[in-house]
Design a protein around this ligand. Structure first.
Ligand code: FE2
Ligand code: FE2
Length: 349
């Protein structure tokens, strides 16, 4: 069997953008003279930072969480894996994670719980009320290939490792909810075939439109809003008590995937690209129409049947996925409007 990806590539170490990031890089590269002072420096800075959504726009903090989360995932270039188990990193992860969780909760707003039986209607209501930008319609009708490159650069933080963060919930669930999650994840991982893994298909799309598909290749260029979108999920995945937020997050992705992906594929074909570029999107049109039903009726509803006290967490994860994705969409549309007079419209390379 041929291997497509080769050995796992570690994530690049992002340069510190401010005091927190500089301390984290200093620590992880073994350049901290006083490890305890390094941890205290991070804690003092975070203590003075706002405990609200403003933190989601703080590039220093978002980069720092991204690095400590990657250290526990793909690993980080130039960083000894033993740092992942070091008490100093645990303390920093705790401090940053608490601040990020407070910021995400503030951005999501107050959430009322609901019963398992009420969840389907509640999900429909939440989806109808979300203020989402018309990004997929723009790309379908008039997006340039440079717009698509932006979209894939930003989305690569998730799709190049689709759907690892949600997989962390598998051992934390039981019974029908666990079986439902496994059924979805099996498809995300191509049913065990590397060439069909959604991460493999996304990497192919990136290369087809002239991008580097190495994991994290663009992470250092991305704004806080995109890192925060990715970081909310790795935060949920890092904390067992937030397992229902992981489930809610996946439910939201599955509920909002099919139609936009149809539009993304259509826009790429309009620009002259073929299946190499579009298969990732085409694949999600039908797969996620099915996943949406499994996610709701075979995963989320059974979870609330089993553990009704997790309803608020599930809905926080659900809404976080929607609002943070909408924030990224608005950022991209604004960027494209600003540069539309200089946009590129060339076809396939
Ligand atoms: Fe997928
Ligand atoms: Fe899916």
């Amino acid at each position: 069997m041929t291997t497509i990806e080769g050995p796992p590539k570690r994530c690049p170490l992002l340069a510190g953008h401010g005091p927190v990031g500089r301390l984290v890089v200093e620590l992880l590269t073994g350049h901290a003279d006083d490890i305890d002072a390094c941890v205290r420096g991070v804690q003092t800075t975070i203590d003075a930072a706002p405990r609200d959504r403003a933190l989601l726009a703080d590039l220093d903090v978002q980069r720092a969480w991204f690095v400590v989360a990657e250290l526990d995932g793909r690993g980080v270039d130039g960083v000894d894996d033993r740092w992942n188990d070091h008490p100093a990193v645990s303390a920093i992860r705790q401090t940053l994670g608490d601040a990020l969780e407070a910021a995400v909760r503030d951005r999501v707003g107050a959430v009322d719980g609901c019963s398992a039986a009420e969840l389907p209607a509640r999900v429909r209501r939440e989806l109808a009320e979300i203020d989402a930008p018309a990004m997929s319609t723009h790309l379908q009708d008039s997006g340039t290939i440079e717009n698509y490159r932006d979209l894939l650069r930003h989305r690569s933080l998730y799709h190049l490792r689709e759907a690892d963060p949600h997989t962390t919930a598998i051992p934390r669930l039981a019974g029908r909810a666990k079986a439902g999650l496994v059924e979805i994840q099996s498809d995300e991982y191509g049913g065990g075939r590397e060439e069909d893994m959604h991460s493999t298909l996304f990497a192919r799309s990136m290369r087809a439109i002239g991008l580097n598909s190495d994991y994290g290749a663009y992470a250092g260029d991305l704004p806080a809003v995109t890192l925060a979108w990715s970081n909310a999920l790795t935060l949920f995945a890092s904390r067992r008590r937030l397992r229902a937020a992981v489930v809610g997050h996946l439910l939201a992705l599955e509920c909002t995937s099919s139609l936009p992906n149809k539009r993304y594929a259509k826009g790429l074909r309009r620009l002259g690209y073929d299946a190499d570029a579009t298969r990732f999107f085409d694949e999600h049109v039908e797969a996620d129409a099915v996943h949406e039903q499994i996610a709701l009726y075979d995963m989320a509803v059974p979870l609330l049947d089993q553990e009704p006290e997790l309803a608020c967490d599930l809905l926080i994860g659900f809404r976080a996925a929607l609002v943070l994705d909408a924030d990224v969409g608005r950022h991209l549309l604004e960027t494209w409007q600003d540069t539309s007079t200089h946009g590129h419209t060339e076809g396939p390379p």
